[in-house]
Design a protein around this ligand. Structure first.
Ligand code: SAM
Length: 227
């Protein structure tokens, strides 16, 4: 595991400025997507890349017991008061096979260049019949190729089809310009969910008429992987 993680550098900014700004009115619909797709339940819900733990309250409000894993000690310092959490790599989750009832990945896939491997880990740690929820930036309308400075006229430049890492961004108030982000074209992202052996059940798009967020709920098959 890396001694320092990219988010260590920006953890205090994320806690003090970014999270309050982005969650003040849930204008991107991140919390709404989580609540709609995860739904009520009980048992342990693992947040993969829990960051500062901002989603723990919603997970708890739905009846689940939140736990979290993140690579960044700086982010976890803020998360500790919000949920039980541990430092670990999403590509090798420090969690036993079939040991949680649900897992969520909230706004993290662009931070995880090996997201297909992370999805396989999610499928490993969630019990058969359990649920996985992904809520992430929309691959079609967000990325280094998308200029969202005018919400009425989002400009999509060339580059969508290339999976790549970039720090290019239309704004200096976001995350991509600070730590960079990976891009997964839509089909690649959805095919990775299928390749992990999960069965997609529902999709959602939120955050305006040119959506900022694409979310999905998938089930871990009860009778073994279908692939
Ligand atoms: C944009 S933040 C999202 C945090 C939180 N889920 C939220 O919605 O506020 C991305 C998080 O992913 C974490 N992360 C990136 N790569 C990771 C990895 N390989 N394993 C675990 N966490 C990772 C970062 O440290 C950071 O906390």
């Amino acid at each position: 595991m890396a001694a320092t993680a990219a988010y260590d550098e920006i953890a205090d900014w994320y806690e003090a400025e970014f999270s309050p700004r982005s969650s003040a009115d849930d204008s991107l619909g991140v919390d709404r997507a989580l609540r709609d797709l995860l739904g009520r339940g009980d048992g342990r819900c693992l947040e993969i890349g829990c960051g500062t733990g901002v989603h723990a309250a919603s997970v708890r409000a739905l009846g689940w017991t939140p736990i979290g894993v993140d690579l960044s000690a700086g982010m976890l310092r803020h998360a500790r008061g919000r949920l039980p959490c541990a430092r670990g790599d999403a590509e090798r989750l420090p969690v036993g096979d079939a040991s949680v009832d649900a897992a969520i990945a909230m706004m993290v896939h662009t931070d995880m260049p090996a997201y297909p491997a992370v999805l396989r880990e999610a499928a490993r740690v969630v019990r058969p019949g359990g649920v996985f929820v992904h809520v992430g930036v929309h691959p079609c309308f967000c990325g280094g190729f998308a200029d969202r400075s005018d919400p009425e006229a989002v400009v999509i430049r060339t580059g969508y089809g290339d999976g790549h890492w970039t720090k290019e961004s239309w704004t200096d108030r976001g995350i991509r310009d600070k730590v960079g982000a990976s891009h997964f074209p839509l089909a690649e992202l959805l095919n990775a969910v299928l390749a992990a052996g999960m069965v997609p059940e529902r999709f959602a798009e939120t955050g305006g008429s040119t959506p900022v967020v694409l979310a999905l709920r998938a089930r871990i098959p009860a009778g073994g992987s279908p692939v």
